[in-house]
Ligand binder design. Structure first.
Ligand SMILES: Cc1ncc(COP(=O)(O)O)c(C=O)c1O
Length: 403
């Protein structure tokens, strides 16, 4: 059995395999000096919209830009309150603040780690006052109207969208999906009796193409998807200094364009995404099988019957995470913690005045989740080694009475 290091994700092999195709993207850009906009960007936007079963795609410079532009373009205004979960990457909350709104949080489902629709309902019914026209409510905590919700499809699994969309209709909320980790994930909508792709269910969705994502650029990149043509048009303006045409600025915008080389790279890689996602699912099934007898000590990812996740991360939950992580690191196995601090307790959001205990499910999950190596080229030999080392670490602890 190999004793080599096992990374959390392998970004070298995939690019080695696609080297010739990727080189030709760079050569085309150099030959045509097409660095900003142009056919490579438009081609990728067309292909990615199709992949997401969405009508429009607007490439952006990052997932954070995509979230911010989607919120602003969908109508979130300065002084609004926008609800999301505490256990996400900080960019979700940054985008809310940078759109001029105030982030507020709702706790998560303890098995899927995604927003709990019942807690969203309780928030809207009991922590807000129904004082605005058209169903909108005012948050008692922030004193401002709740205008949007961002369900985060964490680790590559979609949030339970049917009840969220129902609440959104009832309370007139804009839904922006944070699909930054969920390229290709699917949700079985009971309401529509069909599978829906991440990025096709909200008013808009944001994707990140940060290199480690299931679809990753060779640098920074992101995109908004939507079926709303006006919203797409506004995102196009926001990403390009508010221009409706060159040097005619209808609004103040940002420098947030997707550059042509990244778009070309993403277009090449998009052709492989379905296969890579399938490989991730196979690796996840193997982990599930290997750990099947340890369900009490190693809590595995929960996949509801309505979900087809794409395993951006394979996240287990263990009581003594730091010790396990240390043991795995000593054995040459890299792991990750996504994320170590829930945002309501993060220093950056101190001023919002939250306290430990406000979102107990997210807080507990945050202290126990551990991401194991997961990438399409992960070999079964590598997986066996990961599992062996996890079990060994847990067994040693059990036999020493450490649990
Ligand atoms: C859940 C989530 N939201 C937003 C982002 C922000 O994307 P980017 O890093 O491309 O700005 C990320 C990326 O890490 C993410 O994982």
């Amino acid at each position: 059995m190999s004793t080599g290091e096992i990374p959390l994700l392998d970004l070298v092999t995939v690019h080695r395999e696609l080297r010739e195709e990727l080189r030709s993207v760079f050569e085309t850009a150099l030959d045509t000096a097409g660095f900003i906009g142009g056919p490579m960007v438009q081609g990728f936007e067309r292909d990615f919209a199709q992949f997401c079963e969405s009508q429009f795609c607007v490439g952006t410079a990052s997932g954070t830009d995509a979230l911010r532009f989607a919120l602003i373009a969908a109508g979130v205004q300065s002084g609004d309150t926008v609800v999301t979960v505490p256990n996400t990457f900080i960019a979700t909350a940054e985008a809310i603040s940078q759109a001029g709104a105030r982030p507020d949080f709702v706790d998560i489902d303890e098995r899927t780690y995604n927003i709990d629709p019942e807690k969203l309902r309780a928030y809207l019914e009991t922590e807000c006052t129904p004082s605005l026209p058209r169903g909108r409510v005012v948050s008692k905590r922030t004193g401002s109207p709740v205008t949007a919700v961002i369900p985060v499809h964490l680790y590559g699994q979609m949030a339970d969208m049917d009840p969220i969309l129902e609440l959104a209709t009832q309370y007139n909320l804009i839904v922006v999906e944070d699909a930054c980790q969920a390229h290709g994930a699917e949700y079985l909508s009971k309401k529509e009796n069909r599978w829906r792709k991440a990025g096709s269910m909200g008013r808009a969705a944001a994707f990140s193409f940060y290199p480690g994502k299931n679809l990753g650029a060779c640098g920074e990149a992101g995109a908004v998807t939507t079926d709303d043509e006006q919203l797409a048009r506004r995102c196009q303006m926001l990403r390009d200094h508010g221009q409706s045409r060159k040097y005619f600025h209808d609004i103040e915008g940002y420098n947030g364009r997707l550059d042509a080389i990244q778009a070309g790279v993403l277009r090449v890689k998009l052709r492989h995404l379905a296969k890579w996602n399938e490989h991730r699912r196979e690796r996840a099934r193997s982990y599930d099988g290997f750990f099947a007898d340890t369900e009490k000590t190693v809590i595995l990812p929960h996949v509801p019957s309505w979900s087809r996740p794409v395993y951006h991360l394979y996240v287990v939950r263990v009581a003594e995470r730091e010790r396990l992580q240390k043991d795995l690191s000593a054995a040459g196995i890299a792991t990750g913690i996504h994320y170590p601090t829930p945002l309501h307790l993060s220093k950056a959001y101190e001023a919002l005045g939250f306290r430990r205990g406000d979102f107990p499910v997210a807080e507990e999950a945050t202290s126990q989740v551990l991401s194991l190596p997961m990438f399409p080229d992960l070999s079964s030999e590598q997986q066996r080694r990961v599992v062996t080392e996890v079990l060994q670490s847990m067994a040693v602890r059990e036999s020493c009475g450490l649990r």
